[in-house]
Design a protein around this ligand. Structure first.
Ligand SMILES: O=C(O)c1ccccc1NCC(=O)[C@H](O)[C@H](O)COP(=O)(O)O
Length: 219
C-alpha cells in the first residue's frame, strides 16, 4: 500500500464518482449512525458496486459486534475493513480471522506516549491508520473530526512501521504532512467537505493532486 490516497466518508453516487474520477485509490464508507456520513447497508451496497474495480472499497466500523461485521461484509463486500473504535488487539485479530479480508486499525495520537499503543496490533492487522485522537466532547465522533495531531510526534516512530496518515488533512497541508511524516498513504474526510458530510468535488480533486505531487517528490 504505497503512495495511495484514500477519500473517506463518501455517501452519495455523485461525490463517489468525483473521487473515482479524480483517481482516489481507496474510498471509505462509514457505518456509524451518529455520523453525517453514515451509509445504510443498502446505500453502501450500491456505492460499493459503483466503485468496484476502480478503487479499493473500505468500510468503517466502530466497536462492531460480530453481526454488524457480517452484515457490512455481506452488503458492502469491502476490500478492506477499517476499525475505528476502541477494539483491542485481540478483537481486531478475531474480526480479521472472521472476515478473511484485510483489516486496518485506526490508532488515535495526541501525545508521544500514544505511539506505544501500536506494537500490540502489529501481528493482528494488515495496516495501521494514525489519526488524531478525538476530543473528549459529547459531540465528537470517533473519527472524521477534521483535527490534526502534531506530526512531529512521529519522529519517535520506528521507521520500519508503515502507516496511513489521517486527521485534519486538507488540500493545503497534505504536502507538508507527507514531507514531514513520510506515510505510505494518506486519508481525508472533513478536509474535502464544504459542510459536515458534504463532499466537495473540487476539494477532492485538489487533495489528490497535492498528495500525488508530494509523494512523487518525497519517496
Ligand atoms: O467520518 C466519520 O464520521 C467517522 C465516524 C466514526 C468513525 C470514523 C469516522 N471517520 C474516519 C475518517 O474519516 C478518517 O479515517 C479520519 O478520521 C480522518 O478524518 P478527518 O480528520 O475528518 O479528515
Amino acid at each position: 500500500m504505497d503512495n495511495l490516497v484514500k477519500i473517506c466518508g463518501l455517501s452519495t453516487p455523485e461525490t463517489l464518482d468525483a473521487a473515482l474520477s479524480a483517481g482516489a485509490d481507496l474510498v471509505g464508507f462509514v457505518r456509524y449512525p451518529k455520523s453525517p456520513r453514515h451509509v445504510s447497508l443498502d446505500l453502501g451496497h450500491r456505492l460499493s458496486l459503483q466503485a468496484r474495480g476502480r478503487a479499493l472499497r473500505v468500510v468503517l466500523l466502530v466497536n462492531p459486534a460480530d453481526e454488524a461485521v457480517a452484515q457490512a461484509v455481506e452488503a458492502i463486500n469491502p476490500d478492506l475493513i477499517q476499525l475505528h473504535g476502541n477494539e483491542s488487539p485481540e478483537r481486531v485479530a478475531e474480526i480479521r480471522s472472521m472476515v478473511k479480508r484485510p483489516v486496518m486499525k485506526a490508532v488515535g495520537i495526541a501525545e508521544a506516549s500514544d505511539l506505544a499503543a501500536l506494537s500490540p496490533y502489529a501481528k493482528g492487522v494488515d495496516h495501521i491508520l494514525l489519526d488524531a485522537k478525538p476530543p473528549r466532547t459529547a459531540e465528537a465522533l470517533p473519527g472524521g473530526n477534521g483535527l490534526a495531531f502534531d506530526w512531529r510526534l512521529l519522529n519517535g516512530l520506528d521507521p520500519k512501521v508503515s502507516f496511513m496518515l489521517s486527521g485534519g488533512l486538507n488540500p493545503d497541508n497534505v504536502a507538508e504532512a507527507i514531507r514531514l511524516t513520510k506515510p505510505r498513504a494518506v486519508d481525508v474526510s472533513s478536509g474535502v467537505e464544504s459542510g459536515p458530510g458534504l463532499k466537495d468535488p473540487a476539494r477532492i480533486a485538489a487533495f489528490i493532486k497535492a498528495a500525488r505531487t508530494a509523494f512523487a517528490a518525497h519517496h
